[in-house]
Structures are given as C-alpha cells and as structure tokens.
Design a protein around this ligand. Structure first.
Ligand code: NAP
Length: 486
C-alpha cells in the first residue's frame, strides 16, 4: 500500500458466497485489515443452511460460479447443493481467507460515531471499523407458517432450511406445505422413498422444463484440457440469462417472454395426463410473476400413485396430521415446512445507528430503500451486497454480488486514497433513483398480480427492473455527484 493511503479497517458481515468473494477481492486490492463476522459456525450461507433432499441450483453451474474461479469438475449442468457448498469452501481455502472469518459472531449492533462504525456481536464489542460491507444474503430468515396447532403435531416437523437429517423418511407418510422451488425439488427427490406424500398447495406454480444431465468423463477431460471452454460457456450462459430471460421478465423482450410462457404451458399440458389434476396445477397469474420454477421431475412425481396434491385450504394442524377445509384429516408421520423465507429482513434484527443517531429502523420504516442497492442515505461508509431492490431472480446471484462489490470498492478506494472520510448517497439522488425504479417496475411481470416473495409488506416489488447492460453500466462507475462526500 502506498504511504499516502489510509489503512482502512473493514468489517464484512456474513461469510456466505458473497462474503467469501468480498474477502478475496478486498485482499487482492490490498485491503489487508478485513474481518468477516459470521453468525453460524461454518461458511457458505444458503448452501450451508439448505441441505434438503433434491437440492440443486437451477442456474447452470458453469455460470453459477465466481468469475475468477472457474470449475471444470461440476458433476452436472446444475450441480447439487452440497457440491456448491464444497466449491465455496474450496475457493475460500485456495485464497486463504478462512482465517479472516469470526464464526458464531452474529452482529447485533453497528453504530456510527466520529467517522467510524462500532460493531458489537453476540460475543461482545468488536472495536471500530472504517467501512462496513454487508453480505448477508436474501434467503436466510425461514418463515414458519402461522397455522393453528403447528406446535401440536406429534411427529417431526421442520423447515426445509433446518432439515432434520436424523429423521428417515423411508416408508413414512410425509406432508410438505408449500409449492415453491424448494418443495418442488423435495417432491421429486423423496416420492420414491416415502409411503405417501401429501403436497399442500396454496397456489399453483408455473414450471419450466430443465434437463439436468451429468457431465461425462470426456466432457470433464475437455474442460481440463481447454479452460477457455469454461470461459466461453460462462459468457454464453450469462448472456442467455442476462439478455434473454432478464429482459423478458422486465417487459423488454416480448418474443422471449412468449417462448417462456409457451414452454411452461406446454410442459403442463404434455406431462400431466389427468385434466382435473392439470386444472388444479394451472396458475391464474402470468408466467414469471412468481419466481419461475425449473424442474424435470415434479409433474412425474406428483402423479405417482403414492403422491397426492391437496388444494383444499389448510385449517389447522393436529397431532395426527393436517386438517383441510373439506373437513379431512391428512394423516402424517413427518411434516416438512417448505414455506420460504422473509426476504425483506436483510441484516435485521441487527440495530444500525447511522450519522447523528439516525436509525435504520426509522430510515426504512416505510420501506427498505437504497441507492443502487449498495448504499443508503445517512449511513456513511456502509455498503451492501444484495441491498434493497437488488436484482433477485434476474441474474446469477454471484454475478450481481461481484458487480455490487466493484461499485462499493470504487467508493472505498476514495476513502483509502484520502479523497474522502465519509461517503453516503444524497437523499435527493436516492429519491430520484427510487422514483425511476418504481415507475419502471410497473412494466415488469413481477408486478402483474400474484403473491410472491419479491413483494414486500407494502405490496412493492423488491427486485431491480432494468436490463443487465444497464446494471453493468451502473455498477461500473458510481456517479459521484449523487453522493455526499465529506
Ligand atoms: P417460496 O418460493 O417462498 O415458497 C413458499 C411456499 O410456501 C409457497 O408455495 C407458499 O404459498 C407456501 N406457503 C407459505 N406460507 C404458507 C401457509 N401459511 N400455508 C400454506 N402455504 C404456505 O419458498 P422456497 O420454495 O423455499 O423458495 C424460495 C426461493 O429460494 C426460490 O424462489 C428461489 O429463489 C430460491 N431457491 C432456489 C433454488 C434453485 O434451484 N436455485 C432452489 C430452492 C430455492 P403461496 O405461493 O401461496 O404464497
């Protein structure tokens, strides 16, 4: 580090896929006083928490990887969750960043005073930091359904992100509440093992077919011999996702949207034989309004003789099973809660007190709101990966995270160079940005009328409504006039 530069002490919050990436990138940029606080006892975030049967990432693994760490050894086009967890760990080890992680260290409070952030974790005060970077992910606060009698269920009952691996499902009557990506994957994985599976559906889902073949030994050999193939595939998949899919869901590519719509309808039509079951599996909202599901085995699984789709509303849970509005008790031995996550919590319940005693609770009382998802007014030198209105369901998360970190680092570099001691976005620039965002959101399929985890408590969509090209351009260079730089 040149002598005229400030040494910045940086706290990263979270050691999931984004936090690990941040430790590596900050280290490479010469930031050598960086510590990550992780609430759990292991790294990996969502890949640590989710261990349910059938877990895969439906983003092809050649694209769901760090740009700087290609992997020629994925077992399948879409790798199973434990393989992705092992990949994140292996990258952390290869870059030697594990020693920077403080485990079992949930941050409970952050307070800005005298130009620095004072952090406290469940382990006690951690001292002062010049910069805080949150890398706390989106899908990590499990939602437990508010169904009367849930606590009375006599058998094992657990959320999918807290899977109880001590419980064998073999020969059991298993109930799954929910029909999101998680429930869909579990259904396909366990139907062959259980005595009976009851899938409790509140809302049907559109499902895109997605074959997931294994890579052959020849393909692995090819990837090893020609690493440029991995790069080409990464670019191709990013373009496919970024240009085609991401444009279609924001209303900018009607031809691709129509194709998605067609593929989902055809998938249902071709693969569900019984017209009555097909009717019950047909959504009444637009394809892509909820997070699109990709599956090649769900329709087959739900038509197995030992599987049943339950569409009568759940009225209560009893020791012996789940009661529905038609009066029937669905007798169960095990109950799986595939009921999703509170995605609007971000890093809360941490208390964050910004400049002048201004709290995040008050700043975000009406809604979570940031500038370019990475910064928020009144909270200087506080940067977020995956902050408010981050692209969710548009691009591969790792691509989003790397670009948002790049944006944050451009601002951190100014702090390090001594050009500034405090950087936060201007309230008026933030308001203008959010006005534009809300106006553009109306064109997206997410706002077309459905219940989904993209929508916050006030009914506003929490994703990012512009194209991939716009995202890359916005992240490439912060507009300094939009910041208060002191
Ligand atoms: P989710 O998509 O939010 O689905 C939750 C399900 O639970 C919905 O079907 C919901 O019904 C139902 N539900 C919630 N509360 C209920 C209640 N009280 N009574 C009855 N049903 C209730 O959650 P998820 O499936 O865990 O997926 C979350 C996200 O994780 C996905 O959208 C995706 O982004 C990510 N994920 C990704 C992959 C992957 O392969 N990349 C795999 C798994 C998960 P309603 O639809 O009626 O609200």
């Amino acid at each position: 580090m040149p002598d005229n530069q400030r040494q910045l002490r940086i706290a990263v919050i979270g050691a999931g896929a984004s936090g690990i990436m941040a430790l590596i990138k900050l280290g490479e940029a010469g930031y050598d006083e960086v510590v990550a606080f992780e609430k759990a006892g292991d790294l990996g975030g969502t890949w640590r928490d989710n261990r349910y049967p059938g877990l895969t990432c439906d983003v092809p693994s050649l694209a769901y990887r760090y740009s700087f760490a290609p992997n020629p050894d994925w077992s399948r086009v879409c790798a199973p969750g434990p393989e992705i967890h092992a990949y994140v760990r292996s990258v952390a080890e290869r870059y030697g960043v594990e020693s920077q992680i403080r485990y079992d260290s949930e941050v409970t409070s952050a307070r800005f005073h005298d130009g620095r952030w004072s952090l406290e974790t469940v382990q006690g005060p951690q001292g002062d930091f010049d910069v805080v970077l949150t890398a706390t992910g989106v899908l990590h606060h499990p939602v437990y359904p508010d169904i009367p009698g849930l606590a009375d269920f006599a058998g094992p009952a657990f959320h999918t992100a807290r899977w109880n691996h001590d419980v064998s499902l073999a020969g059991k009557r298993v109930g799954i509440i929910g029909t999101g990506s998680t429930a869909t994957q579990i259904t396909g994985a366990i139907v062959g093992e259980v005595a009976h599976l009851s899938l409790f559906q509140r809302t049907p889902q559109w499902i895109m077919p997605g074959p997931n073949p294994e890579y052959t030994p020849e393909q692995h050999a090819e990837f090893h011999a020609h690493p440029e193939l991995l790069e080409e595939e990464y670019q191709r998949l990013n373009d496919q996702q970024g240009v085609n899919f991401a444009d279609a869901v924001i209303g900018e590519n009607p031809a691709v949207y129509e194709k998605m719509d067609f593929l989902c309808r055809q998938n249902l039509e071709n693969n569900v034989r019984d017209p009555e079951l097909r009717r019950r599996l047909t959504p009444d909202y637009k394809v892509g309004c909820k997070r699109l599901i990709v599956s090649d085995n769900f329709y087959d699984a739900i038509q197995q003789p030992n599987a049943g789709l339950v569409t009568d509303a759940i009225t209560g849970i009893e020791p012996g099973g789940v009661r529905t509005a038609d009066g029937r008790l669905h007798e169960l031995d095990v109950l799986v809660l595939a009921t999703g996550f509170n995605t609007h919590q971000f890093f809360r319940p941490m208390t964050v007190t910004g400049k002048g005693g201004f709290t995040l609770e008050s700043a975000w009382a009406a809604r979570n709101q940031g500038y370019m998802s990475v910064t928020t007014p009144g909270f200087p030198n506080w940067f977020m990966i995956g902050g408010p209105n981050s692209p969710i369901g548009n691009f591969s998360w790792l691509v989003t995270a790397e670009n948002q970190l790049g944006f944050a680092m451009k601002l951190m570099d100014r702090l390090r160079a001594g050009n500034a001691r405090e950087i936060a976005p201007k309230p008026e620039a933030t308001a203008a940005y959010n006005d534009a965002l809300n106006a553009k959101m109306k064109d997206t399929v997410w706002a077309s009328g459905c219940r989904s985890w993209y929508i916050d408590g006030e009914g506003r969509v929490a994703s990012w409504p512009w194209t991939y090209a716009t995202f890359l351009k916005n992240m490439a260079e912060p507009v300094l006039e939009d910041f208060e730089i002191a």
